[in-house]
Design a protein around this ligand. Structure first.
Ligand code: ZN
Length: 585
């Protein structure tokens, strides 16, 4: 009797510890989830770099720059707008690529500074405080120029100290235009106008909807009225957007519909007819070149030379200023990554400067070109070396965790129902991804249409992962329950093996990401497509952990019921067979 109790207890413990370990792993995954979320939201850029040299000012190409930002206007829609098309035909139309996350505030930071998200540190719309890197607004003020903004209050939040005049309007585009036209009376040298309604329509109805196009048409009309009011012999008009929209609505991720934005440029200082491409970071250096200010000191873009109406000498002079600005920034950048600056021969484009002073423009250009190659290689090498170094440092921890988690698999491997447990785990992933893909999701921040829906989005993934685990547990119980020797012990052991394998496969994916990018992002943002998947994997681990005890218990109970029903059928069949054979005898 005592022996039997002891035996039962031993069996129960040997069944129960697996779901408990998976539960603990799930709780750990949840902690890691919060940590990695904060690591992106509160990403502290180490690239602010105080006291960098100011690049030499160039002769202004334009008397005024009016920069229009249409929130959420995607490239293809912009190309189809009649007003914008007319403006484009008088100037230049470009396709620019945004960075990630392709959200509004991060985009406004890129537009104003010429620096990507990992440099500005503005990674989400929750960013608080002033922008910490140099901007076209700051450089314009430094040059004694007037700056003005008409649009959403967040522009003030980012660039407040460097805006001379502002009219903050929320969600009323005709009012924005009225305010912009009244600001125009004060003759600001740099006027930024921000229209918000297109993005709103995108979120509500999707980027392929009629409502979205209608909203874009309305803004198109407003821009037409703005253009008509400007003297484009003195003023340059630039029209762009911060990001696009998915057909179904939403942005933030990597899709082309989201990361392709238009730039239409016309008026003073613009050479018409060019239709190339560039990056969103090129806008700020282009504005600086038009206004003749110093370049924003953290910019990694460059002026869009083909659209600028420049003499050869002025162009080379501008290229020289850009080279000097980049030399200063990249030197600090490489120092931050590797602890040492640019190689000696790349620190300053001295030879180019000398050739320029000797009026040998061809030679100056050649020197600039070779300097640029050197600088780019040095930056790429620094990034690669730092990544390698970081990964090597993480390898023992990641490898150790993986080996530890693999140990139980070797024990499990000898179990008779190992195959059933593995197919149960695979069924789990099939169910989870069937849910996921059926909703049209594809590992992108754009899957979440708006910040308010974020919590609901992740809750839904959590619930679906729980359902998938439970369903595959029940299928497994059904398969084993029909076997003659199915006991509660075998059922529990097998369901435990299944949740363990699910968690194990998730852990392997999580560890791969951690190996590649780490847990805290110190000097760069990770690949955000993988980052999004990483977050969902952690969420699944959490769900698997929470549901593990329930799944194991449910599998034991359900499997036993199946076994009992199957046994009754077996017995009845035997009895019938027995009666039949007895009759013929
Ligand atoms: Zn938006």
């Amino acid at each position: 009797m005592f022996r039997k109790i002891l035996d039962t207890t031993r069996k129960m413990i040997s069944v129960a510890w697996v779901p408990l370990v998976v539960l603990m792993a799930g709780v750990g995954a949840q902690k890691l989830m919060l940590l990695s979320w904060n690591a992106v939201v509160d990403y502290h850029s180490p690239h602010y770099y105080e006291s960098m040299p100011v690049s030499p000012r160039q002769p202004a190409i334009s008397g005024q720059v009016v920069l229009v930002v249409v929130d959420g206007l995607r490239y293809d829609t912009a190309m189809g707008l009649p007003g914008l098309t007319r403006l484009r035909e008088r100037g230049a139309g470009l396709r620019l690529a945004t960075g990630e996350p392709s959200l509004s505030l991060p985009g406004w930071a890129v537009i104003g500074t010429g620096a990507w998200q990992e440099i500005t540190g503005v990674t989400t719309n929750w960013y608080k405080g002033r922008i910490r890197v140099d901007s076209i607004f700051a450089e314009a003020r430094r040059a004694g120029l007037l700056t003005a903004v008409a649009g959403a209050p967040e522009w003030e939040a980012l660039y407040g100290p460097w805006i001379s005049q502002e009219r903050l309007v929320r969600n009323d585009d005709p009012a924005v235009l009225r305010e912009a036209l009244s600001l125009q009376a004060g003759k600001p040298d740099l006027l930024l106008i921000h229209f918000a309604s297109v993005d709103k329509a995108g979120h509500e109805f999707g980027g392929a909807s009629r409502q979205y196009y209608t909203a874009a048409r309305e803004v198109d009309n407003l821009i037409g009225r703005l253009a008509a009011s400007l003297d484009l012999r003195k003023t340059t008009l630039l029209i762009t957007s911060d990001h696009g929209h998915r057909d179904a609505g939403g942005h933030g991720g990597w899709e082309e519909s989201v990361t392709s934005v238009p730039l239409v440029a016309l008026g003073k200082g613009i050479r018409p007819g060019w239709a190339g491409g560039g990056g969103q970071v090129d806008i700020a250096p282009t504005v600086a070149a038009l206004l003749g200010t110093s370049l924003p000191r953290h910019a990694v873009g460059q002026p869009l030379y083909p659209v600028l109406d420049l003499s050869w000498a002025n162009r080379v002079s501008l290229e020289l200023a850009v080279a000097e600005q980049r030399a200063a920034f990249d030197s600090r950048y490489i120092q931050t990554l590797e602890g040492r600056g640019l190689p000696q021969n790349a620190t300053a484009p001295l030879l180019a400067r000398r050739a320029f002073q000797e009026r040998d423009l061809r030679k100056a250009e050649m020197e600039l070109k070779s300097f640029d190659e050197l600088r780019e290689t040095a930056v790429a090498n620094a990034r690669e070396n730092r990544l390698k170094e970081d990964r090597l440092r993480r390898l023992p921890l990641v490898g150790g965790a993986f080996i530890l988690a693999s140990l139980y698999l070797f024990i499990l491997y000898r179990h008779r129902y190992m195959g059933t447990a593995v197919s149960g785990a695979l069924l789990y992933f099939a169910i989870y991804y069937a849910f996921y893909l059926a909703r049209g999701y594809h590992f992108s921040l754009s899957d979440v249409n708006s910040e308010e829906l974020m919590a609901a989005f992740f809750r839904q993934r959590l619930i679906e992962a729980g359902i998938a685990a439970l369903l595959s547990g029940l299928v497994l119980a059904y398969r084993i329950g029909r076997k003659k020797d199915a006991t509660a012990y075998i059922l529990g052991k097998c369901a435990g093996g299944m949740v363990y394998i699910i968690a194990y496969l998730l852990l392997a994916q999580v560890l791969t990401f951690v190996y590649l990018y780490g847990i805290r992002f110190e000097w760069a943002l990770p690949d955000l497509r993988l980052g999004f998947k990483y977050y969902l994997d952690l969420l699944q681990m959490f769900a698997t952990g929470l549901s593990a005890p329930v799944v194991v218990l449910a599998a034991a109970v359900f499997g036993k019921a199946v076994w009992w029903a199957a046994g009754r059928r077996r017995r009845r069949r035997k009895r019938l067979a027995g009666a039949r054979s007895g009759g013929t005898a």
